[in-house]
Design a protein around this ligand. Structure first.
Ligand code: NAD
Ligand code: GLY
Length: 373
């Protein structure tokens, strides 16, 4: 087991990482000044797989546990779900000292975190992420939110957990598609922060896709260290933290225009990583060889890299005006200058993005045409 610390003054917390550590949850919580009445929030899939280990560990450490279930899927990340959890918290006597524990992927973590942040103006929150995406990204950094019918993550706050436990052995039961989706956020960290990590990923993709424990452990630890560094510098996204959104502007557009059904969040981010790299190359910021390395790694991770044909460049660009990074109509993009370093580019002119998207589409159609002869 290794602890990675997120240093945020009074809101600092440990991330416990390793394989086979879920059963120690109750023990790790002993150092926290929290009450003995605990609400665990999970979904039916994860409950069936891992809730018993959590309940036994908590009972052994003297906690009294209530388990609350939410539906499995993005469509359950809503205010309605939060309301049903407030009812359960009330009925089970949760007070200001009682921890809420999220046991699940990003959907459970974001929803449970939103409930913990708002119930009684905030109760202690603990993250036990069970997907790769949640272990490397959503459980760390304190963004919690639910969706609004008009958009994703529209209703939320920054609320840091008191403890994160990331047990990579839980990833063995993850559907392969979800494992690949998590790798999109991992590749993101290589591009925005560390060429060394990116190069290591290039050599280990096979092991990661085969769920090899040591490789996954390194990925989770390195990703959490990078995210902790960024969040320590800029907790509430006044500046630097925006780099964590590399690939997400195009990704969010693809997700929104396909009704959040065709792609997982990670798959849409995979497309976004590639398209943002191509934009950087077309603007002369990124060398062609680096762009190719990003495209290849996304492909090797089994992620899609092209915007679906039925979405027009105008549709895509239209979405950017609802992106949280777009303020006052100024289009802002996170673009790589090389692998390991990105810049925040403000006031990008719309036609430059439209040109790139049209050019890529033309190129793809040309390639397809060639294939027919
Ligand atoms: P998810 O929570 O929907 O989980 C994916 C699927 O895997 C679900 O069906 C779940 O039941 C199943 N599952 C979870 N753990 C499992 C396990 N160990 N074994 C078998 N099945 C398991 O999806 P996700 O990719 O974890 O999270 C996506 C969500 O995270 C989105 O809502 C996104 O907006 C949010 N997100 C938040 C942040 C943040 O900073 N808060 C960052 C990135 C993404
Ligand atoms: N997932 C982006 C962030 O935490 O800021």
């Amino acid at each position: 087991m290794e602890i990675i610390k997120v240093n945020l003054g009074a809101r600092s917390y440990p991330i416990y990482t390793g394989a086979g550590i879920l059963q120690n949850l109750g023990g790790y919580m002993r150092d926290l000044p929290v009450g003995k009445n605990v609400l665990v929030i999970t979904n039916p899939t994860v409950r069936h797989l891992y809730c018993r280990i959590v309940e036994e560990s908590l009972a052994e450490a003297g906690y009294c546990v209530t388990v609350g279930e939410i539906g499995d899927g993005e469509e359950f990340k809503t205010l309605n779900t939060a309301k049903s959890l407030y009812d359960l918290a009330f009925d089970s006597g949760i007070d200001r000292s009682s921890p809420v524990i999220a046991l699940g992927g990003g959907v459970v973590g974001d929803t449970a975190g939103f409930v913990a942040a708002t119930y009684l103006r905030g109760v202690p929150f603990i993250q036990v992420p069970t997907t790769l995406l949640a272990q490397v990204d959503s459980s760390v950094g304190g963004k919690v939110a639910v969706n609004h019918p008009r958009g994703k993550n529209i209703i939320g706050v920054f609320y840091q957990p008191r403890l994160v436990l990331a047990d990579v052995s839980l990833l063995k039961t993850l559907p392969p598609r979800e494992l690949r989706s998590g790798l999109a956020e991992v590749i993101k960290y290589g591009v925005i922060w560390s060429e060394e990590f990116f190069t290591w990923l290039e050599g280990k993709t096979g092991l990661l896709l085969a769920c090899e424990t040591d490789a996954l452990t390194r990925v989770v630890r390195e990703s959490c260290r990078i995210k902790a560094n960024v969040v320590e510098e800029d907790e509430t996204e006044g500046g630097l933290r925006a780099i964590l959104n590399y690939g997400h502007t195009f990704g969010h557009a693809v997700e929104a225009l396909t009704g959040y059904k065709k792609y997982t969040h990670g798959e849409a981010v995979g497309i976004g990583l590639v398209v943002a790299a191509r934009l950087a190359e077309s603007l002369g910021f990124l060398a062609a060889a680096d762009c190719t390395r990003i495209e290849s790694l996304v492909s090797r991770a089994g992620l899609p890299r092209e915007i679906p044909e039925n979405l027009t460049p105008k549709d895509i660009v239209g979405c950017f005006y609802h992106d949280k990074k777009t303020v006052g109509g100024r289009l802002t993009f996170i673009l790589p200058g090389r692998i390991g370093k990105v810049d925040i580019i403000r006031d990008l002119e719309e036609h430059l993005i439209l040109d790139l998207l049209r050019k890529t589409r033309g190129q793809l159609e040309e390639d397809k045409g060639m294939g027919q002869f």
